[in-house]
Design a protein around this ligand. Structure first.
Ligand code: WTA
Length: 635
């Protein structure tokens, strides 16, 4: 029996048990049956969480683009692979067939080769949501170059840090991007970033907005000219199962961003298998994930997972509010979208607009609704269920992370009964554990603890680029022999999981992970700032927003607080990007600290949440007087 497509609850339990009882045998069958290999593996899995080291399908050889493109040509050559919906609704959508995708990826791959990019080289991709983004990702994979996509909303400083951390040789960008009614000068941002990146020798520039940009002699080249001259045939590089496929940066609670490294075979197998089941994908479906390819959701569930299944995947360049808040529903109607996957923050923003703009459109094509990125609150869940799904399309609340590569805890639509705010059951092959603060596993149901994973799964990140020790410290040191997710979760009376949120200093704002330390570092660069602390507070659209407590240096001169607030947000925008701007900034006479000098964020969090009835144990505070002062002046 094939276990590739799960269709009812009994089958889920049966396949789940099988995947836990003998994971190697289980994954071997899936890999054998569903994918194209140049050479089969010697070992399905070798692992040791104490190192940590995880190897799936060791000895196997493959190229992921042969699985995502070439093998579909015989039966799906004329089928749309990528359906590109541009920012401007009056412009027509572009249907890129599998055959066209094959030619375009090959041409791009040949351009990369001609520019000296080889297997193992790192290529930074800083592009808007245009077809070249997906194509350049696949072109890197075709020749074995490691792509590092940086979300095109990040600032020049954030971009340069990421380029240098993984030593990228090349940057692929565009002459600008459209975002609703605005245009953004991406090339200008790249130019500024590259002042700090001596390792980048080549910049390929896609034309998108036709703005008048500066091309640096000897470094910058127009992509189209090179593509025009390139052959549309490119033999795929033969990759080892564990060769890195890409690096993707994610925020940590401390220090610089972590370059999560994903490898080839396991990532392919797991993203394809989850895509098939979590979206109950069928051959003629039109699947749309609204994420940006700059995030893991876009990597796994716009590009690799759907294409590995020969699906049609929609890529949307614009924003949900342009030309008005009906845009998502307009696209659903126009392309008869069957699966729609978005983030709670988008749902809340749309719900705020009422239902008038929803009712204008025919959403009858929808079969599955997805949610990802942060806990979905009950109100948003019901709005989504009632108004978009018309109570007919199950909501899959999918919990996972950049580090996990693929969806980990999720309902399977039409299989798992859903429950608002619950991600429900572990996906096939996933063994979650809830731990108490003493490192003991909480057994049974109706428990609440820290979410860990006990056993390897194929798409887990293998390391942090250039810093294996940090990988070990962050994920494998909190609990012995377990992967620690950084999230808290509870298990209800029937074994369903509900993710309760981060238990570390990562704050999720509009679905974007933000570490507090890099933002504080940026603020502290302001000459008037002595120190600062950032916490999250509830926000009705963003989920969480940022509250900054800032202590100023005593310079004797008085400065207007409003101006300072603007300047602080400006510094943050320059260092990280506008997504990390603070909603509230309170100037304080000091920050509450323990005797060992640690800022007591717990107290600041309570004040920001307007929940000061019980501040908990404050006996270790060095300076209790500032707490009263902060409470009196809270915003
Ligand atoms: C949070 C996104 C609750 C969680 C794929 C996780 C969620 C972090 C959910 C990873 C969900 C993601 N319910 N929380 N369905 N999905 N999260 O790396 O805190 O951008 O650790 O990956 O988002 O965010 P990342």
């Amino acid at each position: 029996m094939s276990n590739y497509h799960i269709k009812h609850l009994e089958e889920y339990y049966q396949v789940y048990r099988k995947s836990i009882r003998n994971p190697e045998l289980f994954w071997e069958e899936i890999a054998e049956e569903q994918f194209l290999w140049r050479k089969k593996w010697n070992h399905v899995l070798r692992w040791d969480f104490s190192k940590p080291e995880v190897k799936w399908f060791e000895g196997a050889q493959l190229n992921i683009t042969e699985n995502c493109i070439d093998r579909h040509l015989a039966t799906r050559g004329d089928k749309t692979a990528i359906l590109f919906e541009p920012n401007d609704p009056s412009k027509s959508a572009e249907h890129i067939t599998y055959l066209q995708l094959y030619h375009r990826v090959n041409k791009f791959a040949n351009v990369l080769k001609a520019q000296g990019i080889k297997k193992g080289d790192r290529v930074c991709i800083y592009l808007p949501m245009i077809p070249e983004l997906a194509i350049s990702v696949l072109a890197c994979a075709r020749i074995g170059a490691i792509h590092s996509v940086v979300f095109a909303g990040f600032s020049a400083t954030a971009l340069s840090t990421r380029i240098n951390d993984s030593d990228c040789k090349m940057v692929i960008t565009s002459d600008g991007s459209y975002r609703g009614a605005k245009t953004i000068d991406l090339k200008g941002i790249v130019d500024e970033a590259l002042e700090r990146c001596p390792g980048v020798k080549i910049v390929l520039v896609a034309k998108r907005i036709h703005s008048d940009i500066q091309m640096k002699e000897g470094r910058d080249q127009w992509l189209q000219q090179l593509l025009d001259e390139a052959s549309d045939q490119c033999i795929a590089e033969v990759m080892d199962a564990e060769d890195p496929l890409f690096i993707l940066y994610t925020s940590g609670s401390t220090g610089k961003p972590k370059g999560m490294v994903h490898s080839t075979a396991g990532y392919m197998v797991y993203t394809a298998y989850t895509f098939k089941n979590v979206f109950q994908y069928k051959e003629n479906d039109i699947y749309w994930c609204t994420a940006d390819i700059g995030w893991i959701t876009g990597h796994s569930y716009i590009v690799y997972g759907p294409l590995a299944n020969g699906a049609t995947t929609v890529m949307f360049e614009g924003v949900p509010s342009y030309p008005d808040f009906g845009r998502f529903w307009d696209i659903v109607e126009k392309h008869k979208v069957t699966q729609f996957y978005t983030a709670p923050t988008a749902i809340r923003a749309l719900a705020k607009q009422g239902t008038e703009l929803v009712e204008k459109y025919n959403l009858a094509s929808l079969k599955v609704l997805g949610s990802v990125g942060e806990p979905i609150n009950e109100e948003a869940w019901h709005w989504y269920n009632d108004n978009i799904g018309k109570k007919n399309s199950p909501i899959v609340d999918t919990w996972w992370q950049t580090e996990t590569g693929g969806i980990m805890i999720t309902p399977i639509p039409y299989v798992t009964p859903t429950k608002p705010t619950y991600a429900t059951l572990p996906f096939i092959g996933i063994q979650p554990a809830l731990m108490d603060e003493h490192g003991k596993e909480l057994i049974g149901n109706q428990v609440d603890g820290r979410l860990c994973i006990k056993y390897p799964w194929p798409s887990m990140a293998r390391t942090i680029w250039g810093n294996h020790q940090r990988y070990k410290d962050t994920y494998f040191s909190a609990y012995e022999n377990m992967y620690f997710t950084g999230d808290g979760a509870l298990r209800d009376e029937v074994g369903y999981y509900r993710i309760t949120g981060r238990v570390d200093d990562v704050i999720i704002v509009s679905g974007h992970n933000l570490g507090t330390a890099p933002i504080e570092d940026a603020i502290n660069e302001h000459p008037a700032v002595a120190e600062s602390a950032i916490v999250g507070f509830p926000h009705d659209v963003k989920g969480s927003a940022l509250y900054g407590y800032v202590t100023l240096k005593d310079t004797g001169e008085s400065r207007r607080h409003d101006n300072l607030r603007k300047e602080i947000n400006q510094i943050i925008t320059e260092h990280i990007g506008p997504i990390a701007k603070l909603d509230k900034i309170q100037f304080t006479s000091g920050l509450p600290k323990t005797r060992s000098g640690k800022i007591m964020r717990r107290i600041l969090r309570k004040i920001a949440h307007n929940d000061t009835s019980n501040l908990g144990d404050t006996s270790t505070l060095l300076n209790p007087e500032v707490v009263q002062d902060i409470m009196d002046n809270a915003l």
